[in-house]
Design a protein around this ligand. Structure first.
Ligand SMILES: C[S@@+](CC[C@H](N)C(=O)[O-])C[C@H]1O[C@@H](n2cnc3c(N)ncnc32)[C@H](O)[C@@H]1O
Length: 212
């Protein structure tokens, strides 16, 4: 238990520290890949009541459909401050932001219609616990929509990613060699679709359902 909370503190500190340069660092990949993936993902999200886990600097806010109410949570106050700034530009009354740990959500069971997270479960210190919490707060039959990077299924690339995972996690809080599709299933979600977005199986869009 103690180890888990130390990891959570480590990850939170890393995101607090990088929050100032986060958007700049991500700018090239956002322009080349992420923005089109975000647009496609949010087109599939029906509301009315949606939870965005790990909202970060609020990069998904411009893509929220008009007919949804979104609760965005993040455990990094500095990342969330940047999301607040974005939100003020959109004057979006349908969105509320809260500091919260994905591993311990302060929402009742069966509360949300949909849960969305983009590039988050690579960082959540205990991803299965976070995915179980997402399942708990989703209504039966409700959906989970994820964009994630994960360990490549290619043997050589996967081994390289395994070896680099420790140092990269220490520096950034991010794990690059997670088995996220398996983690989603292990948390109790039923996988509906896994779409490979790049070669090597590193980036995937995952859609899963909470069994009724
Ligand atoms: C790589 S960033 C992605 C941000 C945003 N979703 C995006 O698409 O740009 C990961 C985010 O997840 C948040 N995060 C990681 N672990 C978390 C946890 N246990 N609870 C809440 N937020 C978490 C981090 O603070 C960070 O803002």
């Amino acid at each position: 238990m103690k180890k888990k909370s130390l990891q959570t503190e480590h990850t939170r500190k890393r995101y607090n520290a990088t929050s100032v340069v986060y958007d700049l660092m991500e700018w090239p990949i956002e322009r080349i890949l992420y923005n089109k993936w975000r647009k496609l993902l949010w087109k599939q999200v029906e509301g009315p009541n949606v939870l965005e886990v790990g909202i970060g600097t609020g990069k998904n806010i411009p893509y929220y459909p008009k007919n949804v109410r979104v609760t965005g949570i993040d455990f990094s106050p500095k990342m969330l401050d940047r999301a607040k700034a974005i939100l003020s530009k959109y004057a979006n009354e349908r969105v509320r932001l809260q500091i919260m740990d994905a591993q311990n959500l302060a929402f009742p069971d069966n509360h949300f219609d949909k849960v969305v997270a983009t590039f988050v479960f690579c960082s959540v210190p205990n991803p299965i616990l976070g995915l179980k919490e997402a399942l708990r707060v989703t209504k039966p039959g409700g959906k989970l929509h994820l964009l994630e990077h994960m360990r490549s299924g290619n043997r050589l690339l996967g081994t390289v990613m395994n070896n680099m995972d420790g140092p990269i996690h220490y520096l950034s809080g991010v794990h690059i060699a997670r088995h996220t599709v398996e983690n989603v299933e292990a948390a109790g979600w039923k996988i509906k679709e896994v779409k490979e977005l790049t070669m090597g199986g590193i980036f995937k869009r995952i859609e899963a359902i909470k069994p009724v």
